[in-house]
Design a protein around this ligand. Structure first.
Ligand SMILES: *Cc1c(COP(=O)(O)O)cnc(C)c1O
Length: 241
């Protein structure tokens, strides 16, 4: 089957899953935004997807992303694509992130937050950001602990170049659906505690191809979906950050 047609069917299938998950938890459909995770896929695939009406894209690897952002802008200056950086952030690579993205989901430490704020060009609106939390306190993943979150969130909210929108999490995959939901629920509860402290947060970035239903059931407002939209990724990334 030709790839554009396949892509359009995949997009419709993912939208239908989001519709059904919203209906199942009696949430208005417009509360949930789809972020298309295009890492390892070419600018041509992004443009084809954008032509189907999907306008928000997430990238993990900085060098790969910068090439793609510039290719899309050159080939199709008419397409208003919103770029989200969702990968781990090295503190010496913050400047291009601050200059080329509208959103950053993986902030998990003060140094990175301060640098992104300082390096955000004054001509652009503040960078929209999420604080990444490591809810299960796994040592293998990035993200701050739930204990660190209140102080770090308050700091980020005070930085002029950033606008703190909410929390991002990548919980460990769980075979048991109840356990999977419980992890997403913990992220939502942390968000509620931060809101109670006076932080105006409206974004919960959680849920991917395999677990978006559980995430939406627990309040996700943005799901980051890659393989369900673009097909399986090769084992190696096209470039590393
Ligand atoms: C790759 C990636 C995704 C998308 O994963 P799929 O399982 O392909 O949907 C979402 N979020 C982050 C942070 C990722 O790195």
């Amino acid at each position: 089957m030709d790839t554009d047609r396949l892509m359009s069917e995949r997009l419709r299938a993912v939208q239908a899953r989001i519709d059904a998950a919203c209906a199942a938890s009696a949430r208005p459909r417009e509360q949930v935004t789809l972020l298309a995770v295009s890492k390892t896929f070419s600018a041509d695939r992004v443009i084809a997807m954008a032509d189907l009406g999907q306008r928000r894209f997430g990238e993990n690897y900085l060098q790969e992303a910068l090439g793609k952002i510039s290719e899309c802008a050159t080939q199709r200056p008419d397409l208003p694509i919103e770029w989200h950086f969702i990968g781990p952030i090295q503190s010496n690579k913050t400047r291009p992130i601050a200059e080329h993205f509208q959103w950053v989901h993986g902030i998990d430490r003060e140094k990175v937050a301060r640098r992104l704020s300082e390096q955000r060009p004054a001509r652009l609106p503040p960078l929209q950001v999420c604080l990444q939390v490591n809810i299960a306190a796994e040592d293998t993943k990035s993200g701050c602990s739930a204990e660190q979150a209140p102080e770090l969130a308050a700091l980020i909210a005070s930085l002029p170049g950033l606008r703190l929108r909410g929390l991002m999490a990548i919980p460990r995959p769980q075979a048991d659906p109840a356990a999977q939901r419980a992890q997403f629920a913990q992220v939502r509860q942390l968000q509620e505690r931060l809101q109670a402290q006076g932080l105006a947060l409206d974004t919960l970035s959680m849920g991917m191809s395999d677990d978006l239903e559980a995430a939406i059931a627990e309040g996700a407002t943005l799901v980051r979906v890659g393989s369900a939209l673009f097909g399986p990724r090769g084992s190696a990334p096209a470039a590393t950050a």
